[in-house]
Design a protein. Sequence first.
Length: 94
Amino acid sequence: MEERYVPMRRCVGCMRSLPKPQLIRLADTPDGIAEELSGRGGRGVYLCVSEDCLSKAIKKNAFSRSFKRKIEDEEYDRLREALRLHAEGSLEVM
């Protein structure tokens, strides 16, 4: 039996290439940064489900650069909380 092709994506925080199912896709929506499940919602970035990767991405200004706009601290706080809940398995990221 042939192995299925698994697409690889790069985390904007740690810059590691990982299989797409291990990362979450974040897109810029009118309500702010949110998880994009379909993968077809325009420009998106991929992130490991890790507080450390989120902190690295914020420090490197990766979201502002990718979405071509200034990201407010409130959005980062909301994303940090949602990512924590997602890592616990309580909730999907937004």
